[in-house]
Design a protein around this ligand. Structure first.
Ligand code: GAF
Length: 386
């Protein structure tokens, strides 16, 4: 699948710029097994890079001017690196402007480049196409100009670029895009950025994503609001329990004991976060022990927390998870990523995948009139040169 994408991107580059690319970079999207909305709350997450990628072809332009072509959008833009980098109305270009600005602000010296990119990561499905774009661009410029930048700094600059575009995201997406390893999930401590790889062995179950085909219209504003609500909650917790430095130090009992000191919304947000951080550790142990049934139950718990307490679900995602809960062939399901649409991640008994897919597709079409899509993702390597 990716071979064709790479061939097409390279051919498009040659047609557009009249020569072969000097560098080809592959940058993946990600899934997250568990640990949602806790990366910006100093929690733990369990993501992995996947075999859906953006392919970039690069060459130096030998001037300060750069031209970037987005094949799938049939759009292009030019930027002069000597001019001040500013946000524009064309959102996809802002991620690229953002990473250039990050490199400049961090004192890296580089000149212009020509770039063509094309992707098979579905946009708006919660698979982090924007992180793949940021990390792939940063990696390509680094390779083209021999800049000394490590993987963690690529992830951090990608995250800052995303903030500049307007989403106050955590580090999970960029980190997993660059640190992905075939058949491994990454247990990442989002406070220290220490991480471990764990085998992604789901034994008798297949990991399948259901794409609701609902896009995140509320995503940016609600995402940023959740961050503010959590900050407010944490400061109330700290005032009452000075030994607590971050959500991970806090118990559910402590949160419950000061429920009357917070408004109901803030209580629900922090109640979810404290439980979710603990769930990630349990889930990772369950995976290590081959207890995939327990892992599945934890996925359901996460979903109901995200839906009822964190309020980032929608009726389509809730229907998919409720249907999964009632289906003996699906042992775990939850919305994945930021929410308000995108995908659910599901653990399905091997051998029953097609039966489950048909059932869900028909039901979903009947109820919402929307086509449900399925992705059988493989866990793959992070951003790399071809
Ligand atoms: C989005 C963000 F970009 C991540 O940082 C993370 O917070 C996620 O939503 C929710 O877990 O993908």
């Amino acid at each position: 699948m990716n071979d064709i994408l790479i061939q097409n991107t390279t051919a498009f580059f040659e047609k557009s710029f009249g020569s072969a690319p000097q560098k080809i970079v592959l940058s993946p999207g990600r899934i997250n097994i568990i640990g949602e909305h806790v990366d910006y709350n100093d929690g733990y997450v369990l993501p992995a890079a996947i075999d859906k990628i953006i392919c970039f072809a690069f060459e130096k332009s030998n001037s300060s001017k750069s031209k970037v072509i987005a094949v799938d959008l049939n759009e292009e833009f030019e930027i002069d690196l000597t001019q001040e980098i500013q946000l524009t109305d064309v959102v996809w270009t802002n991620y690229i402007r953002g990473v250039i600005k990050q490199l400049q602000d961090n004192g890296f010296s580089f000149e212009g480049f020509n770039c063509v990119f094309s992707s098979n990561i579905p946009v708006g499905s919660g698979l982090s196409s924007s992180a793949a774009l940021e990390c792939g661009m940063l990696f390509g410029i680094k390779e083209l100009y021999n800049l000394t930048i490590n993987k963690v700094d690529i992830a951090l600059m990608g995250q800052k670029a995303e903030h500049w575009v307007g989403i106050n995201c955590g580090i999970m997406d960029q980190f997993s895009s660059v640190h992905g390893l075939e058949n491994k999930v990454i247990k990442l401590d989002c406070n220290t950025l220490e991480f471990e790889y764990h085998d992604a062995n789901f034994k008798d179950y297949s990991l399948v994503l259901f794409d609701s085909n609902v896009k995140h219209s509320l995503f940016t504003s609600e995402y940023n609001t959740r961050r503010i609500e959590c900050e407010e909650g944490l400061s109330i917790i700290k005032n009452n329990f000075p030994e607590v430095k971050s959500f991970r130090d806090c118990t559910e009992e402590q949160v419950l004991s000061i429920r009357d000191k917070m408004n109901e919304t803030v209580f629900k947000r922090v109640h979810f976060v404290v439980k979710e951080i603990k769930r990630v550790t349990k889930a990772c142990e369950a995976l290590d022990n081959g207890n995939i049934e327990l892992l599945g139950q934890l996925l359901f718990e996460t979903h109901y927390g995200l839906s009822q307490e964190y309020a980032v679900s929608c009726e389509e995602l809730d229907m998919l998870v409720d249907t999964a809960k009632a289906d003996d062939n699906v042992i775990g399901s939850r919305l994945m990523g930021g929410g308000f649409g995108g995908c659910t991640i599901n653990l399905i008994k091997k051998g029953h995948e097609n039966e489950v897919k048909n059932k869900f597709a028909n039901l979903y079409l009947d109820i919402f009139g929307i086509e449900l899509k399925f992705y059988d993702v493989k866990i793959a390597n992070g951003t790399t040169l071809l």
